[in-house]
Design a binder for this molecule. Structure first.
Ligand code: C5J
Length: 220
């Protein structure tokens, strides 16, 4: 059955069996006090307020039978997948691989790198560890989606202007139809959230569609 959501700038039509929800980087390091986000000087409460909306979206997507994908921004313990150009960004005493309050920052396997409990992946959901901002760069995501016949991607998570937007642009380049759920994504800088949505709407919807969660749910 085709579902049609009244998204901006045009209706977003999709089939559940060809749709995946991509939940970007809802990790303790970004959402909770003491993680990488806070180490960079950000107010993480702006991100934690998002959790109930992402949880509602996840619950709906699970019940509708979509493929669920969770990503984690994460690096190998030896940082062989973290180029200096990435590691040397940010605060000198809180770089990727340094020891923070939740052990090593953005290193795979540590407590800070885990997805927050409320949104924990369940059986048959994909968890993609990504060393970049985009979910497709240096990951198996493209192969996993294509194996499952997925053509439509619905995006949520953090942060809107970095990993979410980068992943959406990568997906658009690869031919996926992309919808960003406006209230299921957040930035430490609210103006960046608004700017990202405006960018997606520009030039006739340059990399896809956006809609609030209620618009998606009312179409279902
Ligand atoms: C950042 C992300 N902002 N998940 N990561 O470093 O957006």
């Amino acid at each position: 059955m085709t579902t049609i959501a009244r998204a901006k700038l045009a209706p977003f039509a999709f089939e559940a069996r060809q749709t995946a929800l991509i939940v970007i980087d809802m990790q303790r390091d970004f959402i909770e006090p003491g993680g990488f986000g806070e180490a960079l000087g950000s107010d993480v409460s702006l991100l934690s307020g998002l959790v109930p909306t992402v949880a509602r979206l996840l619950e709906y997507a699970r019940s509708a039978g979509w493929q669920i994908v969770h990503t984690r921004e994460s690096h190998a313990p030896d940082l062989s997948d973290c180029p200096p150009a990435k590691r040397l960004r940010g605060m000198p005493n809180a770089r990727i691989g340094d020891t923070g309050p939740m052990r090593r920052i953005l290193v795979r396997g540590g407590p800070g790198n885990a997805i927050i409990d409320t949104l924990k992946p369940i059986e048959n959901e994909l968890v993609i560890d990504k060393p970049g901002k985009g979910a497709f760069y240096a990951t198996r995501l493209g192969e996993e989606l294509s194996m499952r016949g997925i053509t439509h991607l619905v995006f949520a998570g953090v942060t809107t202007e970095v990993c979410v937007q980068t992943s959406m642009r990568e997906a658009d380049d690869r031919g996926y139809e992309c919808l960003l759920i406006e209230d299921a994504t957040a930035s430490h800088i609210p103006a960046f959230l608004d700017a990202t949505i405006a960018m997606i709407h520009s030039q006739g919807g340059i990399v896809g569609w956006t809609a609030p969660l209620d618009v998606l749910l009312e179409a279902a």
